[in-house]
Design a protein around this ligand. Structure first.
Ligand SMILES: [Fe+2]
Length: 157
């Protein structure tokens, strides 16, 4: 089994850590801005997402120190479109989730057939993040609408 390129893998793990930490801040921030009839379930869903991002950040940070490297204290980009409408909040979340997913895929490409444990971790996270993105996509559909957002023409939510 070939060895992992530690520096390269740690660099990707640090980018994932920053993006998960941004998720903690973003979901917490959004959870304050939900008003209207749907407030209670949507606010608690957003808080759950913040908790999940924190768990992911902690898992990734532990991997970084397991590899003998220093975890980043930076945070990924945070967009604040000053929006209060749930569809825009969810669209921003979906964008950020797809970015995180791409980073986990980068991780997988770097550890595949090189580290069983890291490969397992990357696959597990891709699974979780893909299911999560699918869930957000369904929340963005109108009742009865079957096509995913990727299949709809641009500009249509
Ligand atoms: Fe995550």
């Amino acid at each position: 089994m070939a060895e992992i390129d530690k520096e390269d893998v740690v660099a990707v793990l640090n980018r994932i850590l920053e993006s998960e930490l941004a998720g903690v801040v973003r979901y917490t921030h959004y959870s304050f801005l939900v008003f209207g009839f749907g407030r209670i379930p949507i606010q608690s869903w957003l808080r759950e997402q913040a908790d999940e991002s924190l768990l992911h950040a902690q898992q990734v940070g532990e991997w970084i120190t397991t590899l003998g490297a220093y975890p980043s204290l930076a945070i990924g980009p945070l967009l604040d479109s000053h929006t209060f409408d749930i569809a825009s909040i969810l669209r921003e979340s979906l964008q950020a989730e797809n970015l995180a997913l791409a980073l986990y895929r980068e991780l997988l490409a770097r550890v595949e057939d090189r580290s069983v444990a890291l490969e397992e971790f990357a696959r597990q996270m891709i699974h979780v993040e893909e299911m999560h993105a699918g869930e957000v996509d369904k929340m963005l559909r109108r009742p009865g609408e079957m096509s995913t957002s990727a299949e709809r023409p641009a500009g249509q939510s």
